[in-house]
Design a protein around this ligand. Structure first.
Ligand code: PEP
Ligand code: MG
Length: 567
């Protein structure tokens, strides 16, 4: 059995088809006529744009807007005058078009690979894709077309570039396995969009798999079995059938209100990183957006996005959600995310450092641009402002002063906005949890960020595998903290929601119902499953589970009880 990262759930049983995407070989030579060589390069760019536009159109129909935009992003990257000028300069210095493209792309790949930030590293994958396809056009090599693989195929590749996957026919592909790429790689994103099981980062799979070999893949656990035995095929066929049946069951919860078995109404929202993701939330029947991580807008840019750019992004989301609630978190950068142009200094303890609201309150001019864009966009829907990493009441007060200043400016300028726009806080630090009663008096709502709350409560770096055994929301310390936060909100009659990963954990559903959580915000793909879970419990039944859990002394005991009651 081979292990990798389970990046797209589901089970596939089929025959391997190996997809090779080796770089074309070209001859290094100096062009006789540099102008003609530049022309040849520009013709290749035109051809690239023509082909890519067609691919994106096809993809829009098969894999949705988001994936089409990834492909269209390649046109934007290649059209960048800076990149083109660099290539032309290299041709002028005596390189042939192939070598110039190769060298310049390599520079960009190196630059993007140097950061720790996964999304920037992803840009490197995009440039690799552009280089490969541009070189194929220049050398006359044929493009790979996955659309021709037969029914029942399990695709194996070193990495699948967005352009290679553009033509995928979902019905013919049982699974995708790649040697490179993680959960957020394009291959994984696409596999999820197409609902094809996928396992990524499987070491040496291209050496060990052979064309035509039988294989089984488990996209949830991240397992691949080559040449499975009869028993294994029977076992996985049963798993696949159950998985598909459960998925079908979930569809029953489409267009239904979210409520407990005894009809307590609960709001069920989705988390997003980009305006376009809102469509995914809507498609999955989300009732609003509980967390818009705006740092992605900043990470995609090479400079601070202007007020207009931000306004358009927030407005687009509000309009897309059509009057449903959209909770937008102001810039939360630092810790695990890096935005080079902000020039933040490297810190010994970035998770405890100058980040999120601390950074924003120090750079008020930048922060006011974001707040103003948010408040202006509020007239197009139901936007709420959410402050990350709050640790003291002063931070909330300072943001509220800025919000009031901006409102006064907008009044003077006769610019409309929602006069009642709410300002809430993320409760994701032990400090905020300790003073939840005080914060609840001044905040309009709470949203519990369990990812950070667990990290800070347990004093465990959420990315450090050595201490990962302690990073568990089931720890009594974290459970008590969550209970206290929800009670503090209820005492002041404000809503307590949860946008950390724990909101989507089916084991925790009864506990959260019992504590009185009013809003769950989860990844789009978890919305229906969470609605189904909520519907399984009455308050009294959930209270019984909570009573037992609150008596536990260890995370293992908590887990044991939750598992025992799991429905
Ligand atoms: C959290 O900390 O739970 C959260 C939702 O925010 P992020 O994961 O972006 O830090
Ligand atoms: Mg957080």
């Amino acid at each position: 059995m081979y292990k990798g990262i389970g990046g797209s759930s589901g089970y596939g049983i089929g025959k391997i088809v190996i997809i090779k995407n080796d770089m074309p070989v070209y001859e290094i030579k100096s062009p006789e006529n540099k102008e003609n060589e530049i022309k040849r390069f520009l013709q290749a760019v035109d051809k690239f744009i023509e082909k890519t536009t067609k691919m994106a159109e096809h993809m829009r129909k098969t894999a949705g807007e988001k994936n089409a935009e990834i492909i269209e992003g390649h046109i934007i990257m290649l059209s960048d005058p800076f990149m083109q000028d660099e290539i032309k300069d290299k041709i002028n210095s005596g390189m042939c078009a192939e070598e110039a493209v190769d060298k310049v792309c390599e520079q960009f790949i190196e630059m993007f690979t140097m950061t720790d930030d996964e999304l920037t590293v992803q840009r490197a994958a995009d440039i690799k894709d552009i280089r490969l396809r541009l070189l194929k056009i220049l050398t006359g090599d044929r493009d790979i077309d996955i659309s021709e693989v037969p029914k029942g195929s399990i695709i194996v590749a070193k990495d699948l570039t967005p352009s290679m996957t553009a033509g995928i026919v979902k019905e013919n592909v049982e699974g995708i396995i790649t040697q490179a790429g993680g959960f957020t790689s394009h291959s994984a994103i696409l596999a999820r969009a197409l609902e094809i099981p996928g396992v990524f980062s499987v070491d040496d799979i291209t050496d060990n798999a052979r064309d035509g070999m039988e294989a089984v893949i488990d996209g949830k656990e991240g397992c691949v079995i080559l040449n499975p035995s009869k028993e294994e095929i029977t076992e996985y066929t049963a798993k696949k059938e159950k998985y598909l049946k459960d998925k079908e069951e979930l569809n029953k919860y489409r267009n239904k209100a979210t409520k407990t078995a005894d009809s307590i109404e609960i709001e069920l929202f989705g988390n997003i990183g980009k305006p376009e993701d809102a469509k995914n939330v809507k498609d999955n029947d989300g009732e609003g957006i509980g967390l818009f991580r705006t740092e992605f807008l900043f990470m995609e840019n090479t400079q601070i996005p202007s007020e207009e750019e931000q306004f358009e992004a927030y407005k687009k989301t509000a309009v897309m959600m059509d009057g449903k609630e959209v909770i937008i978190r102001t810039l939360d950068v630092g810790g695990d995310k890096n935005i080079p142009y902000l020039g933040m200094e490297k810190e010994d303890n970035p998770f405890l450092g100058f980040r999120a609201v601390r950074y924003c309150l120090d750079r008020k001019e930048m922060y006011k641009i974001q707040l103003r864009a948010l408040i202006r966009a509020s007239v197009f829907g139901k936007i709420k402002i959410m402050i990350p990493l709050v640790t003291c009441v002063n931070e909330l007060r300072e943001v509220k002063v800025l919000v009031e200043d901006i409102k006064a400016d907008l009044d003077r300028e006769n610019i409309p906005y929602d006069k009642n726009i709410s300002v809430g806080v993320m409760i994701e630090t032990p400090a905020a949890s300790e003073i939840a009663d005080l914060l609840a008096k001044e905040a309009d709502f709470f949203s519990i960020g369990t990812n950070d709350l667990t990290q800070y409560t347990m004093a465990v770096d959420r990315g450090n595998s050595k201490v990962a055994y302690l990073y568990s929301v089931y720890n009594p310390a974290v459970i008590r903290s969550i209970k206290r936060i929800i009670s503090a909100a209820a005492n002041e009659n404000i809503i307590a929601g949860m946008c950390g990963e724990a909101a989507a954990d089916p084991l925790l559903t009864p506990l959260l119902i019992s504590f009185g959580l009013k809003e769950f915000s989860v990844n789009a793909s978890s919305i229906l499953r969470t609605r189904a879970q909520i519907a399984k419990w009455t308050k009294a039944e959930a209270d019984k589970v909570a009573d037992e859990v609150m008596k536990c002394a260890t995370q293992e005991e908590v887990y044991e009880i939750l598992k025992r009651y799991q429905r």
